[in-house]
Ligand binder design. Structure first.
Ligand code: SF4
Length: 424
């Protein structure tokens, strides 16, 4: 594959994972150019797990660690309930993800690769297990590939929690004073990259940085997988070129193209008013609205629904997912959920609830060992802003149309479907 059209990551999708032989046929090698790290640097690839950190910079940091036993960890935990992209990718092209992990291992000098998939996802666990066995039969050289299956939780996919689990069987985030921070299994430095990020690395290893930059924008090159849920015919995963107008992404996924708002970046992301739907789907274009693409999640909220009631439901869910090792998170998130409930349900004191909400967000922000409570605060603040009309109705004691029958538009997807959107 050297043509520069979509799909890239989901090429060859046939309802079951490509075998190693099919994979080699589908993704034939092109001539290699500079060193892999130079190619990665030139590609401008940024992580697709949520933080959008430059992949080459992270790899360089690990390469420079003087230690002979390093690890690459492929994070396919997919803790966001509205995300479906990593399992779709691993159910289509698991070898592309493993190729990328092997390239990263060669860059940093790692002898071990740990692929982490939530055990609650047995179909994907089987796909990865089979792919690892196929590779083991092919060659005994190269880094050792191992599958790990931690239990699924929202915070279990947070990279420090994942490394903690690999090190000590505990899915608890680790407090980090400065970033970037080198995570370790025992004394071994660890490079953690999301499964989709690894798949892009696999493609860059085969076709180079120029090819990778053939799609996307200058600042956000390449394609990305997007999970679309909410007001959509059925939850969908698409591959889009970064920079595609958001409305086009909704159209291609079968979603409501005239919604009230969309939530970008998942339950810890931000609501975006529908007035901005013609913005390109790329971090630099969305930054003025305080939004980023995060881990590629779009939740579509139809007109008539109450954004405050929907946000309350998500905060309640997030409060239950707290690892409960930090007070502001363990006690603060349920309190925020309660305030939102009081506000949305037209209680006797909506103004008091609103006031407490604003104060609590300020107190909780930045006080957790991980970014879990900050994500909730970010989402709640954006809800108060974007759904200011609903807030005003609730404050005035007027029930808004959507809150009387709280509809669960941000529902967890139950169907898997890989589709491709060609947008050039
Ligand atoms: S902030 Fe919350 S989720 Fe993160 S470590 Fe503390 S208690 Fe756990």
């Amino acid at each position: 594959m050297t043509s520069n059209t979509l799909p890239r990551l989901l090429r060859g999708a046939q309802g079951r994972p490509l075998t190693l032989a099919q994979h080699e046929e589908t993704f034939a090698f092109a001539a290699r150019r500079a060193s892999m790290l130079e190619e990665l640097d030139a590609s401008g690839l940024r992580g697709r797990g949520g933080a959008s950190f430059p992949t080459a910079r992270k790899a360089r940091l690990l390469r420079d660690q003087r230690n002979h036993s390093k690890f690459v960890v492929v994070n396919a935990m997919e803790g966001e309930p509205a995300s479906h992209k990593d399992r779709t990718l691993l159910s289509t092209n698991p070898h592309l993800v493993l190729d990328g992990a092997e390239y990263l291992a060669s860059i940093i000098g790692a002898k071990n690769i740990a692929v982490c998939v939530a055990r609650d996802n047995p179909a994907v666990v089987n796909h990865v297990e089979r792919a690892i066995h196929e590779r083991a039969r092919r060659s005994l050289r190269g880094p050792a590939l191992e599958l790990h299956t931690p239990p699924w939780r929202y915070v279990a996919g947070e990279e420090s929690a994942l490394v903690h689990w690999l090190d000590d069987n505990k899915s608890l985030p680790q407090y980090r004073t400065k970033r970037p921070h080198i995570l370790k299994i025992g004394h071994s430095p660890v490079l953690v990259d999301n499964a989709e990020t690894c798949a892009h690395v696999g493609l860059i290893g085969r076709y180079g940085a120029d090819w990778f930059r053939g799609l996307g924008t200058d600042e956000s090159p390449g394609s990305a997988l997007v999970s679309v849920t909410g007001a959509v015919r059925r939850p969908t995963v698409l591959e889009v070129a970064l920079g595609t107008p958001l409305r086009k992404v909704l159209e291609a996924s079968g979603a409501d193209t005239d919604p009230q708002a969309v939530l970008l970046g998942g339950y810890g992301g931000r609501w975006l008013d529908a007035a901005h739907l013609d913005a390109p789907y790329a971090n630099e274009a969305l930054a003025p609205q305080g939004v980023s693409i995060g881990a590629g999640i779009i939740v579509v909220l139809p007109r008539g629904a109450c954004g405050i009631a929907e946000s309350q439901r998500m905060v309640k869910w997030m409060a239950n997912e707290s690892a409960r090792q930090c007070g502001p998170c363990a006690f603060g998130l349920p309190a925020i959920a309660e305030d939102l409930y009081q506000l949305a349900s037209n209680s006797r004191d909506p103004r008091g609830a609103h006031q407490r909400l604003v104060e609590r967000c300020a107190v909780i922000e930045g006080r957790g060992a991980c970014a879990h409570p900050d994500g909730v605060v970010r989402m709640v603040r954006s809800a108060l802003e974007v759904f200011a009309g609903d807030v005003a109705s609730h404050l005035g004691g007027v029930p808004c149309a959507g809150s009387s029958s709280v509809q669960h538009f941000a529902s967890v997807p139950t169907l898997e479907r890989a589709e491709e959107l060609v947008w050039e």
